[in-house]
Design a protein around this ligand. Structure first.
Ligand SMILES: Cc1cc2nc3c(=O)[nH]c(=O)nc-3n(C[C@H](O)[C@H](O)[C@H](O)COP(=O)(O)O)c2cc1C
Length: 211
């Protein structure tokens, strides 16, 4: 479906009643499609600390359960990257590849921390801020990966932080060719690689909607 499908449909349906809005930049749909989990990066590109700060800045505009805003962010640039790299696991569905491949590791991270007990609401906030930071990174021409597979206590000690790390976001200039594939709800959901392309299955719309 063309990215500007909705815009065109509104125009066809509502015609001149609609004020003319000049589109600037990319649509949410384009950003979402570009925002793929990336496990291979150009290590020659060093993500500046200022870029990581900018991603965190975006979280100020996200909703938060009871507006508690309990999440905090530890920025990690390439100098400290080895401390994070030894704690995280990438690509559990492709264990034979031992990702990241040599010299393609991510070298900038935002470690999301919380010093309140984890709860359903904190985890909802967590998902929202992670996706928000990824979308901003995508808009800036960068790529990223949410990482839930890591040892919290080891990472906490390695980075010398008092609160609990509950998620890690990797950020960098991706070098992977990633494509989405439509699947039905009962098909295999596992991502896979073929001829240098990383395929990500996504359930079709009709199977997502409960009739
Ligand atoms: C909460 C969460 C935790 C994740 N943890 C990991 C992880 O530890 N390691 C990893 O390689 N990918 C991780 N991912 C990335 C998923 O594997 C990825 O989102 C999924 O394969 C779909 O690919 P896509 O993001 O390109 O749509 C995580 C994603 C989410 C949302």
């Amino acid at each position: 479906m063309a990215d500007n499908y909705l815009e065109k449909r509104y125009e066809q349906t509502l015609g001149s009643q609609q004020p003319k809005v000049k589109r600037v930049g990319v649509t949410v749909e384009q950003l979402l499609k570009r925002n793929r989990s990336c496990r291979g990066y150009n290590t020659a590109y060093k993500v500046p600390r200022e870029t990581l700060r900018e991603l965190v800045r975006m979280t100020r505009y996200t909703p938060s359960a009871c507006n508690q805003q309990v999440l905090r962010y530890r920025l990690v640039t390439h100098e400290e990257a080895p401390l994070v790299l030894k704690e995280i696991k990438l690509g559990a569905a492709l264990p034979e590849l031992h990702l990241p491949l040599p010299d393609t590791q991510p070298e900038a991270f935002i470690v999301v921390c919380c010093d309140k007990p984890e709860s359903k609401l904190v985890n909802m906030d967590l998902g929202i801020v992670l996706q928000t930071m990824l979308l901003r990174a995508t808009e800036m021409g960068l790529n990223g990966l949410i990482i839930g597979a890591f040892n919290r206590e080891s990472l906490r000690l390695a980075l010398n932080i008092s609160s609990t790390p509950i998620a890690v976001l990797a950020v960098g200039k991706g070098i992977e060719n990633i494509q989405l594939v439509d699947i039905r709800q009962d098909d295999d959901h596992k991502y896979y690689r073929r001829d240098g392309i990383h395929y990500v299955p996504k359930v079709v719309l009709d199977d997502l909607i409960i009739e």
